[in-house]
Design a protein around this ligand. Structure first.
Ligand code: ZN
Length: 442
């Protein structure tokens, strides 16, 4: 396998001590980082990347998205959550076809690689097509086929839990281990209790995790208390669902007891600040969750509610939103927010070794070109990345030691064809008679 040397670069390691190295080599072989600091004299690279004016750091892991929803980017604007679902999203999806999923995910993959994402947790329909994209793009992903448990005739693509289980088994560990699969029940407010209990049982039997939406609004919490006498978190815990390794998106409205449950069950909570602010949903209590020992990661959510898949922007938004919301400029100091966007996401997705630049770790990394006016001077490289850098400053992206982008050029995807096909499919989808596929009731 290719040996690559990034020579004489600055490196944000995100290691245990939070070291930032100046003028260091990063040597990569067999998909892993083999040396950091000074490359061994006998290291003979196939390719050398000049690290002058470059900053290397771990790549981003987007812990909650719906990548094929690139096709409905800009299709549901300036609406509250219930109308966002009922008037736009769950209407457009009545025209969704399997082939749309492929091109929507391919468009997302191109955007994600360009903005430094190396892995993502996806939750959508016809997920075999997303898996194909992941395989071709060279990314890592943890994929869930979204299912509501309302009977095949009410599901997009006519799926069932059994069919999504078959998907999980078909793709688990595929693409040299870059693809992981989990079950994807939509949410406690859409899925019947008996169905969620069955998902919990099947997750245990198959030894896989779960990816779900949780506690997005006050209305959902009230409805859950009225219906089950439990908060959405306590309801899922009572059904045994949180016993599986769980990725729980949003978790905005939480009681102290909910936080204790999430910590005890080792649930990974995904904060999606761009989506939360845009839909005026509130703020995930990140400081309280971190204090309780919960693994908190960051996600963009789908491009219909963000409207992009830019994790660098998401990290900046998370830092600014939380500091302002809690009136505490000391919150998430130093590289803390970069850890949420990289290694905590990697842990949530089941790629726990990623997210650190250190010998022995997978070479899932990105390189910034810092030879730009907005990145001078360089008092604090971490602050420059979080608050001043743009994702367009990213020049190289590498997953398992394979370059997916070199000097801004995508190496694994035909970007021009993808943009053409995705645009065409997006217009086809909304250019016909549409009907609601289900109704949102919190
Ligand atoms: Zn979502």
């Amino acid at each position: 396998m290719t040996k690559i040397l990034i020579a004489d670069a600055d490196v944000i390691t995100l290691d245990g001590e939070g070291r930032v190295l100046r003028g260091a080599d990063v040597a990569i072989a067999d998909g892993r980082i083999v040396a950091l600091g000074k490359a061994p004299p006998d290291f003979a690279p196939d390719e050398t990347i000049d690290g002058t004016d470059r900053v290397v750091m771990p790549g981003f892991f987007n812990a909650h998205t719906h990548s094929p929803m690139t096709l409905v980017r800009g299709w549901a604007e300036d609406l509250p959550l219930d109308r966002w679902f009922n008037e736009r999203i769950w209407v457009a999806e009545s025209a969704l076809e399997e082939e749309d999923v492929y091109w929507g995910a391919a468009l997302a993959a191109a955007e994600m690689i360009r903005s430094g994402t190396v892995g993502f947790a996806d939750h959508y329909f016809w997920m075999d097509r997303v898996a194909e994209v992941v395989e071709q793009a060279g990314l890592k992903a943890t994929l869930a086929w979204c299912v509501f448990g309302l009977g095949a005739e009410q599901e997009i693509g006519g799926t069932t839990l059994e069919l999504t289980e078959a998907f999980v088994q078909r793709w688990q560990g595929a693409a040299g281990g870059r693809i992981r699969t989990v079950l994807g029940p939509h949410a406690p407010y859409t899925c019947p209790s008996e169905f969620l209990a069955r998902v919990a049982e099947r997750a245990r039997e198959l030894g896989v995790g779960v990816h779900i939406h949780l506690s997005e609004s006050e209305g959902q919490v009230k409805a859950s208390l009225a219906k089950h006498g439990l908060t959405p978190v306590a309801h899922l815990a009572a059904l045994g669902l949180l016993d599986a390794p769980t990725i729980a998106a949003h978790c905005i409205h939480l009681t102290d007891e909910d936080i204790a449950i999430l910590a005890e069950k080792k649930v990974s909570v995904v904060h999606c600040p761009g989506c939360h602010m845009k839909l005026a949903m509130g703020v995930t209590p990140v400081p309280r969750l971190l204090e309780a020992g919960v693994n908190v990661a960051l996600g963009t959510d789908g491009p219909a509610s963000n409207d992009d898949l830019d994790m660098l922007e998401e990290a900046k938004l998370a830092s600014l939103l939380l500091k302002n919301h809690y009136r505490d400029p000391v919150l998430l100091p130093g590289d803390a927010v970069l850890r949420l966007a990289t290694q905590n996401g990697a842990r949530a997705l089941g790629f726990a070794e990623s997210g650190v630049i250190a010998p022995g770790r997978p070479a899932d990394l990105i390189v910034f070109d810092f030879d730009k006016p907005h990145l001078r001077p360089r008092h604090d490289l971490v602050a420059n990345v979080v608050y001043a850098a743009k994702s367009a400053d990213i020049s190289h992206v590498m997953v398992d030691g394979q370059l997916l982008m070199r000097e801004g050029e995508l190496l694994t995807l035909d970007e021009e064809r993808i943009m053409y096909e995705a645009e065409r499919r997006a217009w086809r989808m909304v250019g016909q008679e549409l009907r609601p596929v289900r109704e949102y009731q919190a």
